[in-house]
Design a protein around this ligand. Structure first.
Ligand code: GDP
Length: 310
């Protein structure tokens, strides 16, 4: 990318898109195009085609998606598959039709089979059944990966796919019903501390294992791959380190400074037992994460605590 290349970040107000924007600004890029979802509905094919015809971006980061935690994915199954497939199909096709130089598509670690060998390498894609709770979202994301590869095969488009692990960071969703575990637990422990509640309820058994990456690290990896990776297939982006949900809860309890008890609600689903990324492909390409979980938790909690006490 040249410093004056025209860059479209789809989803620039979300956690991932905003982190990519901050990172690119830090590297000296300045020629961005943004559209909020109110200005451009990415599910609307005609609107997307018109936008690409007029703006003709050189580079596209496709970070727009309908996302959510385990309950949101499970409760809004139709919305997750429909909206994500529409966004991907419209943006990827318009990028091809208007000669975009390069596109980076963001997927998710839930595209891998529920019982994939751990840590999960890129080649375990489509080798087994998916986790039921987020199957519609995963199918949409797999369609996005396959679209990038198909447009590369048939039309020579330089479209790449990256699969981030569970993310957290600025502009995360803290809504208790729809959020992912890390922001939900930050909020639950913070509110329990303020209200002197005797216990915090953690969903499931606490035994599933999850890997967490700070959005600033993800953004750095995406920008690195935009510069250095030009192949079919996908690249995992993670730390290669995971913790149990119970361990995560203990870390957050400490960071927040909550002194009450932790109880487990076994009526809530555990989801996939483990989804640890194998990050050796990314390491070989020359990129490693910087922000360890404890440091990242302190960063996000300090920002969250500030907003909530204002
Ligand atoms: P997943 O990675 O797709 O399963 O999505 P989540 O981040 O929503 O959930 C990860 C794990 O954390 C699951 O086993 C959840 O049951 C568990 N968990 C524990 N407490 C919570 C909570 O308060 N909110 C959410 N979303 N998950 C929780």
């Amino acid at each position: 990318m040249k410093k004056d290349s025209k860059i479209y970040i789809a989803g620039h107000r979300g956690m991932v898109g905003s982190a990519i924007h901050r990172h690119l600004v830090g590297l000296g890029f300045a020629n961005f195009i943004f559209r909020t979802s109110a200005e451009l509905d990415l599910r609307d094919q005609r609107a997307v085609n018109e936008f690409f015809e007029i703006e003709r971006p050189d580079y596209v980061f496709l970070a727009a998606a309908k996302v959510g935690g385990i309950l949101a994915n499970n409760n809004y199954r139709a919305d997750f598959i429909y909206q994500n497939i529409m966004i991907e199909a419209n943006v990827i096709h318009a990028a091809y039709a208007t000669g975009v130089e390069k596109l980076l598509f963001l997927g998710s670690s839930c595209i891998y089979p529920k019982m994939a060998p751990q840590p999960m390498t890129e080649d375990c894609l489509l080798t087994g059944l998916l986790e039921h709770t987020n199957e519609p979202y995963a199918i949409a994301k797999i369609a996005g990966i396959k679209m990038c590869d198909a447009y590369r095969d048939q039309y020579g488009c330089n479209f790449i796919s990256v699969m981030p692990t569970n993310l957290y960071g600025p502009n995360d969703n803290y809504d208790l019903q729809n959020a992912h575990v890390l922001p939900s637990l930050i909020r639950k422990f913070h509110e329990a501390k303020l209200n002197n509640e005797p216990a915090v309820t953690v969903w499931g058994t606490g035994s599933p294992r999850r890997e967490f990456l700070h959005a600033d690290d993800l953004a750095a990896a995406c920008c690195y791959l935009m510069e250095h990776y030009n192949e079919a297939g996908l690249v995992n982006i993670g730390t290669g380190v995971d913790v149990t949900i119970a361990e995560l809860a203990m870390e957050i309890k400490e960071v927040v400074g909550y002194e009450g008890a932790v109880v487990y609600d076994h009526t809530k689903p555990d989801g996939t037992p483990r989804k640890l990324m194998d990050v050796s492909k990314l390491s070989k390409l020359g990129w490693t994460y910087k922000i360890a979980l404890r440091e990242g938790l302190e960063k996000v909690y300090s920002a969250y605590g500030k907003v909530k006490s204002e």
